[in-house]
Design a protein around this ligand. Structure first.
Ligand SMILES: NC(=O)C1=CN([C@@H]2O[C@H](COP(=O)(O)OP(=O)(O)OC[C@H]3O[C@@H](n4cnc5c(N)ncnc54)[C@H](OP(=O)(O)O)[C@@H]3O)[C@@H](O)[C@H]2O)[C@@H](O)CC1
Ligand SMILES: Nc1ncnc2c1ncn2[C@@H]1O[C@H](COP(=O)(O)OP(=O)(O)O)[C@@H](O)[C@H]1O
Ligand SMILES: [K+]
Length: 535
C-alpha cells in the first residue's frame, strides 16, 4: 500500500530530516529528481536533450528554488535554461546564483510588454518557445488558483510540463482547483504523495506522479491516506484453493432489483458470479430474469426463502417503499456482513429506526454516490470529501465508499483509502450495481471490509478502462502524450480528464460491457501480483 501525507506531516518530517541532512542538500536532491524527469520528457517529446530549451516558472519560495536548481542540473546536460521570475525580490537566492553560474538566464515575468498582458517580451518569448516547462511557481504553501501574472504566463504554455512537488494553483490538501491551475504531464514530488495528487481535480492536474526519495523515509508518520496498487489487489483477490468447494469460498446473497428494475438484479448478481468462484444466491422479484442471464445463480422470489449466505449485497433497484424496507430489514437482521447500496442507503437515511435492526458486530459497507451521501450526512460533502467520508463512517460505524471520479473509502477507525480513477468510463448507469455485486462477493469471501472496498473499486475501474478500449493492463505503463492533448493548454481534452493516452482512446461503454470485462481485470491484477512476486 502506498501512502499519502498531508503538507503538515511532510513539513514535520522535513524538519526532522534537516537535523541530520542540511536543507540545501535536501533541496538539491529534490531538484535533481526534477531534472531527471525533465530530461526524460525532453527526450520523449523532442527526440533530444542537449541544445533544447527549458523554461522555469519560478515563484517566491522553495518551490521556485527547486526549479532553479533543476535548471542548474539541466545546464550540465547542455539544455538552454531561462528562469522567468514571478517575484524577483523574493527569488531563492542560492538557486538563482547557481543557475547563473551554470550559464542559465533569468528574466522578470513582468516588464515592457507589446500587449496589455503585463508580461515582459523576454518572458513571453521564453515561455512560448520552450521545449519543456518546469513549474516552480508554488508548492506546499500554495493557496488558491494562480495569481494573475502566473495565470497569464501559464496561458502561453504549450510545451510539456514538469510540475515541482505539485501543479501550481491546485489546493495541496483537497486537490480542489478554483481558479487557473497548471496541468502537468509529470509531477515530481518528494518522499511521498500529497493529497492533491490523488483527490479531486488535482489528480488530473498532476499527470503522472513520480515520487523521489529525498531521505524522508523513517521520518514520516502513518499516512493520512492510502492507495492500492494492482499487485496488492491481485495478491489478495480470493480464488479457490485445493481444499475449497462452492461453500467454503463464501456464498453471497444478492437482494436487488424489482419488476420495474430487473437490470439492477442482473448486473449485481452477474458481478458476484464473476468476482469469485463460490456460490451466488439471488432473492427478489427479478428471479426469473436473473436465472435466464446467470443460470448458475440460485434464485428465489422472496428474501425469506433465500437460504444461507455469508454476506449480503442489497439495495440497487429495490425501491424505497415498504417492500424495499422489508428486504433491507431482513438483511440487516441476518447478522452477516452487508454491502448496502442505492435504495437501501436512502431507506437508512430516511428511517433511523432501521439502524436498530443491525447486528453491531456485523460489518456494514455503505456505497453512496454524491446524492445518497448528502442524504446520509444531512448535507453536501463539499470539497473536503475525505473528512466528510470519515465523519459519516465514524457516525454510522460503517465503512463508507464515497463514489466519484476519486472514490474515497473511509473506515470507522479513520483509515482512508482512495482510488484516483485515471478516467471516467464507469460514469454510466448501472455500473454502481456491478460494484455492489463485486463487494458482496468479496465480503462473502471473508475479505476485510475496508480492503474489500479498495479491491472492488480498483477492479471495477480497471474493468471499465479495459472495456472502453483504453487497453492499459494493471501495473503497466501508460501511453505518453502531453497532458493538454489536442485541446490546447490548460484545457482537458473533451473525451475525459487530460492525462496520458488512455484518455484519448476508447469508446463509451455501458455497465454490461464493464461487467463483461471484470474477469479480464481480475486476470490483469493477478498477473501484476505474479510479476511482482518474481521481481
Ligand atoms: N522544506 C524543504 O526544504 C524542502 C521543500 N521543498 C520545496 O519547498 C516547497 C515549499 O516551499 P515554501 O514553503 O517556501 O513555499 P512555496 O510553496 O514555494 O510558496 C512560496 C510562496 O508563494 C506564494 N503563493 C501562495 N499561493 C500562491 C499562488 N496561488 N500563486 C502564486 N504564489 C502563491 C506565497 O507567498 P506570498 O506571495 O503569499 O507571500 C508562498 O509563501 C515544496 O513544495 C517543495 O517544492 C523541496 O526542496 C524539498 C525540501
Ligand atoms: N466521473 C467518474 N469517473 C470515474 N468513475 C465514476 C465517475 N462517475 C461515477 N463513477 C463511478 O461509477 C459508479 C457509479 O455508481 P452509481 O452512481 O451508484 O451508479 P448506478 O446507480 O447507475 O449503478 C461508481 O463506482 C462511481 O465511483
Ligand atoms: K509547482
Amino acid at each position: 500500500m502506498q501512502g499519502v501525507w498531508t503538507p503538515d506531516q511532510i513539513r514535520a518530517a522535513e524538519q526532522r530530516l534537516f537535523t541530520r541532512t542540511p536543507e540545501p542538500q535536501v533541496m538539491r536532491r529534490a531538484a535533481h529528481a526534477v531534472s531527471v524527469h525533465a530530461v526524460r520528457l525532453l527526450a520523449e517529446c523532442t527526440g533530444g536533450v542537449a541544445g533544447r530549451h527549458a523554461t522555469l516558472l519560478v515563484g517566491a519560495g522553495n518551490n521556485g528554488g527547486d526549479a532553479l536548481w533543476a535548471g542548474t542540473f539541466l545546464r550540465r546536460r547542455g539544455v538552454g535554461v531561462t528562469a522567468v521570475l514571478l517575484a524577483p525580490d523574493k527569488t531563492h537566492p542560492a538557486g538563482l546564483a547557481a543557475l547563473r553560474r551554470a550559464g542559465g538566464r533569468a528574466v522578470a515575468a513582468d516588464g515592457p510588454s507589446p500587449d496589455t498582458s503585463g508580461i515582459g517580451a523576454e518572458a513571453a518569448d521564453a515561455v512560448e518557445r520552450a521545449d519543456a516547462v518546469i513549474d516552480g511557481i508554488v508548492g506546499l504553501s500554495g493557496r488558491g488558483g494562480l495569481r494573475p501574472t502566473a495565470a497569464e504566463l501559464w496561458r502561453r504554455v504549450t510545451a510539456p510540463v514538469v510540475a515541482v512537488d505539485l501543479p501550481s494553483g491546485v489546493d495541496p490538501v483537497t486537490g480542489a482547483v478554483d481558479g487557473p491551475a497548471v496541468l502537468a504531464d509529470v509531477t515530481v514530488t518528494f518522499g511521498g504523495r500529497r493529497p492533491c495528487h490523488v483527490l479531486g481535480a488535482g489528480a488530473v492536474h498532476s499527470g503522472d506522479v513520480e515520487v523521489a526519495d529525498i531521505g524522508l523515509d523513517g521520518y514520516l508518520p502513518e499516512p493520512e491516506l492510502h492507495l492500492l496498487d494492482a499487485a496488492e489487489v491481485g495478491e489478495n483477490w480470493p480464488v479457490p484453493g485445493p481444499e475449497d468447494d462452492k461453500y467454503t469460498q463464501g456464498v453471497v446473497g444478492v437482494a436487488a432489483g424489482s419488476a420495474t428494475f430487473p437490470g439492477a438484479a442482473v448486473l449485481a448478481s452477474g458481478a458476484a458470479v464473476q468476482a469469485t468462484s463460490g456460490m451466488v444466491r439471488y432473492a427478489g422479484p427479478a428471479a426469473d430474469v436473473v436465472r435466464s442471464h446467470w443460470p448458475e445463480v440460485v434464485a428465489t422470489g422472496s428474501i425469506t426463502d433465500a437460504g444461507r449466505v455469508q454476506a449480503w449485497a442489497v439495495g440497487p433497484g429495490i425501491g424505497t417503499g415498504a417492500s424495499g424496507r422489508e428486504v433491507l430489514l431482513h438483511v440487516l437482521e441476518s447478522g452477516r456482513p452487508v454491502c448496502a447500496d442505492a435504495d437501501s442507503i436512502t431507506l437508512l437515511a430516511n428511517d433511523p429506526t432501521l439502524w436498530d435492526a443491525r447486528d453491531p458486530d456485523a460489518p456494514l459497507v455503505l456505497t453512496p454516490h454524491a446524492g445518497e451521501f448528502a442524504r446520509l450526512a444531512g448535507g453536501e460533502a463539499g470539497t473536503d470529501r475525505v473528512s466528510a467520508a470519515r465523519d459519516v463512517a465514524a457516525r454510522f460505524d460503517a465503512v463508507v465508499l464515497f463514489k466519484g471520479n476519486t472514490t474515497v473509502i473511509a473506515a470507522p477507525d479513520g483509515r482512508v483509502l482512495v482510488n484516483d480513477s485515471r478516467h471516467a468510463w464507469p460514469a454510466t448507469a448501472g455500473s454502481g450495481d456491478v460494484l455492489t455485486g463485486l463487494l458482496g462477493a468479496l465480503l462473502a469471501g471473508g475479505v476485510e471490509p475496508w480492503l474489500a472496498c479498495g479491491y472492488a473499486t480498483f477492479v471495477h475501474s480497471l474493468a471499465a478502462e479495459l472495456a472502453a478500449g483504453g487497453g492499459r493492463a494493471a501495473g503497466g505503463a501508460r501511453s505518453g502524450g502531453s497532458a493538454r492533448g489536442p485541446a490546447g493548454p490548460g484545457v482537458a481534452p473533451a473525451d475525459g480528464p487530460g492525462r496520458g493516452g488512455t484518455f484519448r482512446v476508447g469508446a463509451p461503454i455501458g455497465a454490461s460491457a464493464l461487467l463483461a470485462a471484470v474477469p479480464d481485470a481480475i486476470r490483469s491484477v493477478r498477473e501484476a501480483a505474479f510479476r511482482a512476486a518474481f521481481r
